[in-house]
Ligand binder design. Structure first.
Ligand code: PRE
Length: 309
């Protein structure tokens, strides 16, 4: 039976993202407690793929996921999935807002409710939880007086009371999830694709960040995310987590990758996959596949006609 891992327990937004994967319907699902654990199940072969949150429209890149992807061997993103997220404040029956001094919440969820918290619970202390669901499920047994959770939490944990709904700073917030596996076959080009990379730069060379960015700019490759994360071995060493518009089989993306390989000591290719929003990249004529192949044919002709030395 096919097996998929996701950040559990059942009821998380991550599970909602997994529900979007046709192959995961009726499959065996392993709920895990962290992104690291999710990727470990894939590395060990226990699960064929894992669903992880990678970016939020308010909080930006999910750094724990970026760091886990940078260190787990051989991970490839197969597909991306968007889920609209909103949050409720829940308590054990009888607790009022005035009683709440501590709030359990997943850090990404807590950050998305910052304005509501500042207005209604300015003195509350945040207790980080592994997921939106575990924050609420563990209320009875933890020191938390309230939890930030998904609006559907009362379907999973019936004993809870909802103190406030729609507490996220934006009602339009979305989280982007990716399905990660060890399958290295490339998903087909669709014209509306994304490619994810992790790039390290030499830190003893002035202008290496500009060198990297030029590889994309001069080939008309648009970036949709760029974030630096500490490599962790010593101060001042960072890796760049990058999402770009296009597929590695697009000539302009392939050319940028070749350029990157020359300026960077380490480029990790995390995958090319269809964009969840179906938005096609806007590509100027001079960056089209045809423009690249024409230029290559022109050069080949010159080289093949060159007199032997
Ligand atoms: O999947 C969930 O419900 C989670 O608790 C996790 C998570 C995340 O990992 O970032 C997912 C989406 C929300 O934006 C906040 C938290």
């Amino acid at each position: 039976m096919r097996t998929f891992a996701y950040l559990g327990p059942s009821g998380t937004f991550t599970e909602t993202a997994l529900d979007q994967v046709p192959e995961a319907q009726g499959a065996n699902r392993i709920p895990v407690a962290t992104v690291h654990e999710a990727l470990d199940t894939v590395v060990s072969g226990e699960a064929e793929a894992a669903m992880i949150a990678i970016e939020n429209s308010i909080e930006g890149g999910v750094t724990s996921a970026q760091d886990a992807l940078a260190t787990a061997p051989g991970m490839r993103i197969r597909s991306e999935h968007l889920v609209s997220v909103n949050f409720s404040l829940v308590v054990s029956p009888g607790t009022t807002l005035a009683d709440v001094e501590t709030v359990a919440a997943h850090p990404v969820a807590y950050a998305q409710c910052a304005k509501w918290m500042a207005e209604h619970l300015p003195k509350a202390v945040h207790l980080p939880a592994a997921s939106n669901v575990s924050a609420a499920r563990d209320l009875g047994s933890s020191v938390a007086h309230a939890a930030i959770s998904t609006p559907r939490i009362t379907e999973v944990v019936e004993s809870l009371e909802v103190l406030a709904t729609g507490i996220a700073d934006s009602s339009e917030a979305q989280t982007r999830f990716v399905l990660v596996s060890r399958d290295t076959t490339l998903p087909a080009q669709t014209g509306a694709d994304k490619t994810s990379l992790i790039v390290e730069l030499p830190n003893d060379r002035a202008g290496s960040l500009l060198d990297m960015l030029e590889q994309f700019a001069t080939r008309g490759v648009n970036l949709s995310l760029i974030q630096s994360r500490p490599i962790g071995d010593r101060l001042g060493r960072y890796r760049f987590v990058i999402d770009l518009e296009g597929h590695i089989r697009d000539e302009r993306v392939a050319a940028a990758m070749l350029g990157l390989k020359r300026v960077s000591p380490r480029v990790m290719f995390l995958g090319s996959y269809p964009r969840a929003d179906g938005q096609r990249a806007v590509v100027a004529d001079r960056f089209s596949d045809e423009s690249f192949t024409d230029a290559r044919d022109w050069l080949r002709e010159i080289v093949s006609e060159a007199p032997a030395r």
